[in-house]
Design a protein around this ligand. Structure first.
Ligand code: IPE
Ligand code: IPE
Ligand code: MG
Length: 241
């Protein structure tokens, strides 16, 4: 798939990607699972390059879920250190490309302090950019996001700053991790699994779902273009006829 085949006037505003299949990719090669995560970095940055090439404005990638803490401690530790180092390696690149980087997810314990510092540093450094927003969902869960928003609404109601009968979809949306983010138009999951695994439950309410057999480390800009082309063949209805 090459990018000139895409209709630039009908690009999805927001693409979400569940980057799955790193462990299986490594297993097929007789490598440890962590080698799959390492190769996922190449896939991610080629995908970001492709997103910039076609002019996507919002890209959200699922890097670590609130459920991924249940993995073996060695893998969790690897992922924490790996993602911290990835930010050290790639922050300059993203900054130069005028990508605004944002993290969605919980930042408290058990998130390592050093990683959260790196995340916030990257956010600060790239905050002024407007070419594309790359959201990295890390220690993210769709349910946790909704719980956090509900808590905030409850606090404001209890303090008398908000009338419970006035709470609407709009007021809940305003308390999500990134209220400015548009709804997800296209949600891609790699590795052949066909489930959401707690990703962007609110934001993807009307997303077109594209599932590909490609394992995440083999994903690249061309797989992204193919997913966007598939999206452009869909008829979206939003409940209408
Ligand atoms: C996705 O790949 C990366 C993370 C969830 C952190 P997996 O590690 O889930 O790979 P598989 O699904 O076991 O192949
Ligand atoms: C979803 O993948 C989470 C990320 C890609 C970060 P998982 O591999 O954790 O999901 P399940 O366990 O197969 O549902
Ligand atoms: Mg997986």
């Amino acid at each position: 798939m090459t990018q000139p085949d895409l209709d630039r006037s009908r690009l999805p505003e927001h693409v979400g990607i569940i980057m799955d299949g790193n462990g299986r990719w490594a297993g097929q090669r007789g490598l440890p699972r962590n080698a799959g995560h390492e190769h996922g970095e190449i896939a991610l940055f080629d995908t970001v390059e492709g997103a910039l090439e076609i002019g996507l404005r919002w890209l959200t990638v699922y890097a670590f879920s609130t459920e991924n803490w249940k993995r073996p401690p060695g893998e969790v530790r690897f992922l924490m250190n790996f993602n911290r180092d990835l930010l050290l390696r790639r922050a300059d690149d993203l900054d130069e490309r005028q990508v605004r980087v944002r993290f969605i997810g919980r930042r408290g314990r058990p998130m390592p302090r050093r990683l959260v510092e790196m995340m916030e540093d990257t956010e600060r450094r790239t905050a002024r950019h407007g070419r594309m927003t790359l959201q990295i969902a890390f220690n993210y869960g769709g349910r946790a996001e909704l719980v956090d928003a509900a808590r905030q609404l409850a606090v404001e109601a209890a303090e008398g700053r908000l009338r419970p009968d006035r709470i609407s979809a709009k007021s809940l949306q305003a308390r999500l991790y990134e209220p400015e983010a548009p709804d997800v138009d296209l949600l891609v999951r790699t590795s052949g699994e066909q489930r959401l695994s707690n990703f962007l439950l609110w934001e993807a309410a009307y997303a077109e779902l594209v599932f590909t057999e490609t394992l995440w480390p083999d994903f690249d800009r061309h797989t992204l273009f193919a997913a966007v082309a598939e999206y452009q063949r869909r008829a979206r209805r939003f409940g209408r006829v």
